[in-house]
Design a binder for this molecule. Sequence first.
Ligand SMILES: Cc1cc2nc3c(=O)[nH]c(=O)nc-3n(C[C@H](O)[C@H](O)[C@H](O)COP(=O)(O)O)c2cc1C
Length: 362
Amino acid sequence: MTDSLFTPLTLRGTELPNRVMVSPMCQYSAEDGLASDWHLVHLGSRAVGGAGVVMTEATAVSPRGRISPGDLGIWSDEHADALAPVADFVRSQGSVPAIQLAHAGRKASKRPPWEGSTPIPEDEGGWEVIAPSDDPYPYEEGDAPETRSMTAEDIDAVIDQFRSAAERALEAGFEIAEVHAAHGYLLHEFLSPVTNHRDDEYGGSFENRTRLVREVTEAVRDVWPEEKPVFVRISATDWLPDRESWDVEQSARLAPLLAEAGADLVDVSSGGTHPDQQIPHAGPGYQVPYAERVKEATDIAVGAVGGITEPEHADAIVRNGRADLAVGGREHLRNPYFALEAAHELGEDVEWPVQYHRGTFD
Ligand SMILES: Cc1cc2nc3c(=O)[nH]c(=O)nc-3n(C[C@H](O)[C@H](O)[C@H](O)COP(=O)(O)O)c2cc1C
């Protein structure tokens, strides 16, 4: 039988009740990295809405790893304590609580989108940012914060921060840890020759550029229980064909190495390295072909994201074996009950929360 959007998926010892995942989405609403009522209600609603996996936004492994001062963080036990009610509530609704662990690299120290996403100078509360090399992100507006090329000690520290973050995430009750290696943030910056000009063992060759993401994945897998899955989100391409850059064939080469490092699913996104990126048409399912290519290259599961807004489209992606998870971002902002409505539309028998029975369609 073909798997559908509502066929459970077992990864290691963890069963996802369906193939709908709420994509990580920054809310820029934390104070000092601490989760608040907003995060509980926001993520909790999407679990009530029936998504199989509810993933937190990019959650910084260190204060310096935040995109903005409002990002969630998990660099102390206090942060884990603040996230625990979120993980508990998501689980209580039958969804699998997941956390995206992140470091923003040279795209750190920015204002939230509603204040323009412009860089925050250090004298206005911003912070020094670190990256594989010292060329700053080419902001169109505002001076980039000082960008320091990472030393060997910085690299070791980042690996340790991801490991400790995973330990805390586990304590907080999350069942899936996702390593954020996409969208031009730190780990992607190491992968891409556009941002990585190092001449040590972390730069140059494919093997060297992929070393840090492999080591971080291994570190997370090291502390993450055997029966729980680890995901890695990648940008399949920089969308910069006019220069030496990261592309889908390198992503296909990376996927089996991530599997070897302990990953159970590659979550396939794209872009974010440089504002010159040329995305031909960011229409429905525009990144699905990349998920499909990565899936051909590896035995582990793959998630597709980007413009998946229609239940039938999401279902077809899974049924046709193009990806194992249909990951949605903005559609879930518009409609937290996407999964329940999708089940109705697709004629699947899915249990609604008892409190909402009178709202069912039948
Ligand atoms: C408000 C917002 C915040 C986002 N924050 C993150 C994030 O924290 N981590 C991440 O990997 N992607 C982030 N993204 C990208 C989404 O996860 C998703 O990949 C993207 O929106 C494309 O999917 P969609 O077309 O279904 O929205 C964000 C997107 C939005 C709209």
